[in-house]
Design a protein around this ligand. Sequence first.
Ligand code: BES
Ligand code: ZN
Ligand code: ZN
Length: 481
Amino acid sequence: MNLDQYLPIHVTLQLTLSGMKPEIIFGFADEKFNPEQPYGKKPGEINLVVKDGSRQLILVSLGQQEDFEDHTVREAAGLLGRWLVDHGITDAEFDFDASLLAREPVALVKMVEGLESGGYRFLTYKTGKKAKKNRPSLAMVSAIEPEFKTGEINRVLEIMAAVNLARDWANEPANVINPVSLRKMVADLFEGTGVSVKIVDENQLSAMGAGGILSVGKGSATPPCYIILSYPGKVAHANKKPVVVIGKTITFDTGGYSLKDANNIIHMKLDKCGGMDVIGLLLAADRIGLVTPLVGLVTVAENMISAQAYRPDDIIRTLSGKTVEIGSTDAEGRLILSDALTYAQNELNPGTVIDLATLTGGVIIALGRVRAGLMTNNDSLAKALFDAGQRTHERLWRLPMDKEYSEMMEGDEADLKNVSGSREASAITGGTFLKEFVPDDMPWAHIDIAGTADTPKETPLFCKGATGFGIRLLLDYLTHQ
Ligand code: BES
Ligand code: ZN
Ligand code: ZN
């Protein structure tokens, strides 16, 4: 499959200056390109300069030198990507500045990340003028040939295509993506790749006794399933246990009989972001030839209301054998994940398990949309993931798991309850509930992406909607293992 359609900016590499196309030059606000040609004050601010009557210079500011941070290049390039797409500039040259490269050796990679992310739009359903425009094409031009690392650029382009595919799929509405249609889309996507696709369907889930996911999916016309994506890694690692990444994939979360109100139900098509990010992760892993083996467990259901739907007060038996009393049908994510955690241990031989889930509104109250919540039983995994978050700017913050939080989830009639009954520490109690399904010696991390998987307003790197959060983070973690 050709993923180029997911790259809004088409970056090509070229080592000579040709001159007639608009030329993009980055610079700090406190420098001047020449005395008449200043850079804007804020990162990403663009000043257009016409030189020699015809040649256009696009001066992109990196902000003040003293404010320059690890992420500044991405933000400036993100705003530039949006600007190029909005202005329909389809052909430009990017003049890479040696001083910037000296200061930021990975600036070129961050620049491409920013451009491809900032230029992304969800245009699938736009018709007429707003339909997909020609993609801008940028040539990288540099005087400093050795600094050009074509392989690195191609690698980041593959990753960004996968991120943008995950964003596209997450942004699809629930009348298009449901647990049945998704299976077919995934099978088509990975056809002919190094990733194998296995479906565990409702009958098999039933035979196994996966009461968590089955209960959540019962109210929907489209039955739940697991989509298991296996990437073997490189030969030398064939015997290494895979990292298993589980993605919460609720194609729509009505809340069930604990129905969400009109303000909270809107955008619940995005409750599948964890799974879409896992799909993007496996796609990227294959395209870049990741060394370590990786398994994606996409755990898919739709949380609806019907005569078949599960109810508050129901007591269900999960795949682990533990029983759970349902305090809220809206706390469905932890039910599907609890079975997936058991399944991963029983069937997938994991070295490490990581789950990505839009699990709680509480994590948005705790951390806003800046950092995702990290909960883990393993300090070195915590550090490795935290550091990957700092490098990729998909930032995490660790939340505690003291036993008092676990006590809040003890059941009255069953082993556990799926809600504590109070709003206190609700992001944490979501995580401690999951912990009950993980053996202490299994390195496990839960990443609550409810605040970061999508953005309700435009930011330098993202238009409204899904962000693909977690793909760059986990690829970075996996490559630094
Ligand atoms: N999918 C939601 C969490 C969510 C909320 C994601 C807002 C994105 C934005 C989840 O299934 C849910 O409804 N969680 C409840 C749990 C509560 C009942 C303990 C919540 O956070 O309110
Ligand atoms: Zn819910
Ligand atoms: Zn949910």
